[in-house]
Ligand binder design. Structure first.
Ligand code: DP6
Length: 360
């Protein structure tokens, strides 16, 4: 399949004005996307857990306008006008216009809010861009009511990717693969795919407690970080490793092998940060408390045999991952021993979720 698949024919309905709301979750990668070509074509495949509680709720208001020479839109975050978000949305609209040719025919009002605190160090680009892509697809569906559901979700993921790569993994749940892998039938660089194979009970309702170690702005954005993978001395091996990891994950997920799962995802998290530390220029996003937490997790795991593990995204926060049936003991440990390393003691309890929802 190529991009051509998402270029539409003329629409059949006339729609004057209206409003649509979607809520869309964040996601946490197990095999990481780090390194991309133009338009968020990933250098390697990735797989993520869709989250349940960390989400963005976006309402898109639209009304027909007379002139079709420009994009016209306003953005509000928690009811406050946010002109500093405009350049990002402008670029997004420019990128997706060929797939949504009606964009210049409407004036848009984008109202958005997150269920997680704005300055929590949790990236809102995945949930935010996927929510916006879904709202735009709902308008598209009003214009073309005969559009099949499968196409709706696949194209929403395709558009979300053009806003932010990882956003294409936030449309559905509970495990999403993005990027072509020979091990996963139907996987594509263009959109996320619901993981199509058997997943053991052990991974159902898997828990993710997010420890907010540093809530400040990151010193290096993901986009800059991705670009530093060009000419990176270890890039080729890293991309190959991600392919291998995804292949190895298949039997792990099927058999419910928690020990192998932990070894694989922790290696992924540390490799991601190792790539940052060996970029040119190099940088470090972990903080001393990130390492304190990792060491405590390892010690507790060794002492108790419980299946507590961690992963990291492009920041200092730690995602503590564990199976549901061990939740009470592990949460107790988190509260007693790890929360002291969080900024102002803040953490968020989340778990695997089933994807975005339209709000009526
Ligand atoms: C470390 O999707 O935020 O979280 O495509 O430039 O918007 P852009 O980057 P983004 O990168 C996410 C990187 C990551 C790993 C992952 O989610 O796979």
């Amino acid at each position: 399949m190529t991009e051509q698949h998402f270029i539409p024919k003329a629409h059949s309905n006339a729609v004057e004005s209206g409003k649509v709301t979607w809520e869309s979750p964040s996601n946490i990668a197990l095999v990481k996307y780090w390194g991309k070509k133009k338009d968020q074509i990933p250098e390697n495949p990735s797989i993520s857990f869709t989250l349940n509680n960390c989400k963005t709720i976006t309402t898109l208001g639209f009304s027909k306008k007379a002139s079709t020479s420009n994009f016209e839109f306003e953005i509000f975050l928690d009811g406050e006008k946010k002109d500093d978000f405009k350049p990002k949305i402008q670029i997004f609209f420019e990128r997706v216009e060929v797939y949504l040719p009606f964009l210049k025919e409407y004036k848009f009002r984008i109202e958005t809010e997150n269920t997680f605190p704005h300055s929590s160090g949790i990236a809102s680009s995945a949930s935010g861009m996927s929510a916006l892509a879904l709202c735009l697809m709902s308008l598209k569906k009003m214009l073309n009511p005969e559009m099949p559901n499968d196409y709706f979700y696949q194209k929403a993921s395709f558009l979300a990717r053009l806003g932010s790569g990882s956003a294409c993994r936030s449309i559905e749940g509970d495990l999403i693969v993005w990027g072509h892998s020979k091990a996963i039938e139907g996987s594509s660089d263009l959109f996320g795919l619901k993981y199509p194979y058997k997943v053991h009970e052990n991974f159902k309702a898997y828990q993710d407690t997010i420890l907010l170690v540093d809530k400040g702005e990151k010193q290096v954005s993901s986009t800059v970080g991705h670009n530093l993978m060009h000419n990176h001395p270890y890039a080729k091996n890293r991309f190959q490793q991600a392919h291998n990891h995804l292949e190895k994950l298949k039997p792990i997920l099927e058999l419910g092998d928690l020990d192998a799962f932990i070894a694989l995802i922790e290696s992924e998290a540390l490799t991601l940060h190792a790539m940052m530390m060996t970029s040119n220029p190099y940088f470090i996003l972990m903080k001393p408390n990130t390492l304190e937490i990792i060491n405590k997790i390892w010690k507790f795991r060794q002492e108790t045999g419980l299946h507590i593990s961690f992963t990291l995204d492009a920041g200092a926060n730690v995602h503590v991952l564990y199976p549901k049936n061990e939740a009470s003991q592990i949460l107790e440990f988190i509260k007693n021993e790890l929360v002291v390393y969080c900024q102002n003691g803040h953490y968020i309890c989340d778990q695997i979720g089933m994807g975005a929802k339209k709000i009526d």
